[in-house]
Design a protein around this ligand. Structure first.
Ligand code: ATP
Ligand code: MG
Length: 234
């Protein structure tokens, strides 16, 4: 297979035609823009499955995604989109960079849902970026940003409901969107690698923060998230 791009957690290969690509989930975990790196056995398979269940659920509620089908347990065939180089972050509760940047305790309630963008550029360290900066740089048009924001909020509403059913609080998450056939579609993945997921009753962290912060039992919790989302999806 022709490798098009190797990222930190996935590899993109050319698909059977120009409209598609294969996306292989790796077991590699990284944090701090690659500064911390480790292999976590089974992570690729578990994230591929979690992401698929979530994309499947979102599709049932009218969200367009890149997912076509599984090729093997760690690889999917997807629509090959032109990725808009923005990390779109949705926050329901203060945590992570939001907490450190603005000096609010992790777990604090927010008066409204936050949608924020970072410019996807590893050399620059994915800096925060606002609408007028995005349009000034030609990264996306304002009408696209309006659609992206509406989409992000709708996905958030659906996911909060879904995770709640799984006994999980959705604290925040990151999505990537792409242009495909004149539309904006949900790409990349939604997994514990790119969402903060806390147990609904104990507030135990079940996501990549366990890896970032050396809390241990990373794969135990990822496996538990898979178990719960499978059950919530029945
Ligand atoms: N449907 C899609 N079509 C084309 N590219 C995609 C699609 N879905 C995801 N991608 C891209 O595939 C790559 C996945 O690799 P990975 O997540 O490992 O990247 P990464 O290390 O996070 O680096 P970066 O996202 O900064 O490129 C990302 O660049 C992502 O934007
Ligand atoms: Mg990525």
């Amino acid at each position: 297979m022709e490798k098009l791009y190797e990222g930190k957690s996935k590899i993109v290969y050319a698909g059977p035609d120009e409209w598609t690509c294969y996306i292989k989930y790796k077991d590699t975990a990284t944090a701090g823009n690659g500064a911390k790196k480790e292999d976590l056995p089974e992570k690729g398979r578990i994230n591929a499955q979690i992401s698929n269940i979530i994309f499947d659920y979102l599709t049932r509620y009218g969200i367009k995604t890149h997912m076509l089908r599984f090729v093997d347990p760690t690889m999917i065939l997807a629509k090959k989109a032109e990725i808009i180089p923005l990390e779109v972050v949705v926050r329901n509760v203060a945590a992570g960079h939001f907490s450190s940047r603005y000096g609010v305790e992790e777990g604090s309630a927010l008066k409204n849902v936050v949608v924020e963008y970072s410019y996807k550029n590893d050399d620059l360290g994915d800096p925060l970026i606002c609408d007028s900066q995005i349009t000034a740089l030609g990264i996306a048009e304002q009408f696209e940003l309006d659609e992206i924001k509406e989409l992000a909020l709708k996905i958030n509403e659906l996911l909060v409901r879904f995770f709640d059913k799984a006994g999980i609080k959705l604290i925040d998450f990151k999505i990537e969107l792409g242009r495909y056939n004149g539309e904006i579609i949900l790409c990349d993945e939604i997994s514990p690698d790119c969402a903060r997921l806390w147990d609904k009753t104990t507030n135990e962290k079940m996501d990549k923060d366990r890896f970032r912060r050396d809390m241990g039992d990373v794969m135990y919790y990822y496996q538990e998230i898979l178990r719960r989302v499978m059950k919530a999806n029945e």
